[in-house]
Write a protein that binds this ligand. Sequence first.
Ligand code: Z5A
Ligand code: MG
Length: 207
Amino acid sequence: MRAPLIVIEGLDRSGKSTQTSKLVERLEDTGRSVKLIKFPDRTTSIGKLIDQYLKSCEYKLSDESIHLLFSANRWELHDKIIDLLTKQSKIVVLDRYVYSGVAYSSAKGLGFQWCLNPDIGMPKPDITIFLKFNDIVQTTARAGFGDERYEVTEFQTEVRDQFTKFESFPEWHNVYVDNKSIDEVHDEIWNLVKPVIDGINEEIQKF
Ligand code: Z5A
Ligand code: MG
């Protein structure tokens, strides 16, 4: 039996890092072995380029190039994720994943399928929880918004519209959680995650 792959996705400032940390803590409290991975992973050689790109508008890269770097950053960790799930039987919790890759780049005008193609072959999550916001002002007003390149309200609105396209892929195990207090969101996530945390018999599915 292998461990499950759990993803939390959503717009900037939607609370992904808050919720992935709380989820990991709760899983550990119940005696599970867990690894949290955040994308982009800014510590790798590709991640360092991504970090410079996000922090400085002076850093010029075509939309296609940065898209492929975000995907390559996930591929850098492919073997590690598979090893954690299968050999180490550790639950892997991801803070952003393929969906962010597709939503942000297609919001710039790149084709949805073109954006998905470089991630084909990456492991598919057993559950992806989207933190959902209909009113973009609720996220853009939160602490820290505006520090990086993509943190502009009009662009976030376009990204939100791209994220909704995943609603037509029910076979991808997507679920949605509306904005509430941090603890209420956590409890809802916990109830959604509980049925999948005890291990999965089937092989890892791929995008
Ligand atoms: N990007 C991409 O283009 N392509 C890709 O393939 C990938 C990413 C993977 C950096 O990501 C950028 O990369 C991002 C997408 C793009 N675009 N931008 N900009 P990042 O993940 O490194 O971004 P970040 O700087 O960590 O921000 P974030 O992840 O967007 O924030 P968050 O993790 O969702 O939110 P948070 O840090 O948990 O919470 C934000 C604040 O809100 C904080 O003060 C919390 O205390 C507060 N908060 C959280 N939840 C609540 C609730 N429920 N109520 C009230 N307040 C709350
Ligand atoms: Mg975060």
